[in-house]
Design a protein around this ligand. Sequence first.
Ligand code: DAK
Length: 259
Amino acid sequence: MDLKYINYKREGGIAWAQFNRPKKLNALNPDVFRDLEAVVARCEEDDAVRVLILTGNEKAFAAGADIGAMAAGDIGVAYDQTDQTMRVQERLADLPKPTIAAVSGYALGGGCEVALCCDFRIAADNAVLGLPEITLGIIPGGGGTQRLPRLVGLSIAAELIFLGETIKADKAERIGLVNRIVPSDSLEAEATALAEKLIERPAVALRAAKTAIRKGMSTSLKEGLQIEQGVFCMLFGTEDKKEGMAAFLEKRKPKFKGK
Ligand code: DAK
């Protein structure tokens, strides 16, 4: 992969993608999104990848969309950029494998929105999150008005979006924006430990659970329950279902194959 602003590596089943534009606090421009799309495509194709962890550096996960790149943009540029952002972020959110945002420092605006596309957010104790777009005369354009209220509820999301104030890790955890806070120096280890636990789980069932949650969140309860029924029943045809239940009955640890 020819990446300019993301460092990518795979260690066992864990793919690490690290935003790498430190002089601009990892501000997200179209080139960064092009890199992110390439990373997501690799993770889709590579069966050895079981979990994707997105991260930044100690000071910033990503401090937002690149204000310099947006400042000169007109309505046409905004449409072009939102087309790209929506495509890449939906592809990330739809990745049929678990994703973790390991957030240290700033995750603002577009950076927070990318983290919202992940299944889990683990925050270092120095993390600062928020959607400050209103202070620039705009609103979140990378899914923030849609994904944040679905995660934390309407009125907390409205407060964050209308005021544009940032919040620290402890409040982010309290409102459910992040799953947990860890000491800064153990962020990588904690994200790795979570990824390793996920890797022990049956991959087909994980994928089914992600599909049920994601599709269910964008439809009615009635339809969501039907989606759940469909994927639940499908799992009864997997080897992992037979192995999981046999292992329980034989009082041993299951050995899942992802089949
Ligand atoms: N864009 C461009 N450059 C940024 C940046 C950003 N979002 N954030 C930081 N930088 C740059 C700074 O300009 C500075 O560059 P130099 O001046 O050194 O060249 C460098 O990073 C270091 O930043 P600071 O000197 O400001 O560092 P401090 O520690 O003093 O302050 C800060 C850190 C995070 C509090 C501050 O940098 C800050 O307030 N940054 C802006 C945060 C922000 O407002 N973020 C939201 C941006 S709006 C869309 C999709 C998404 C969005 C919009 C449209 N479509 C697809 C169209 C989302 C919009 C946003 O995210």
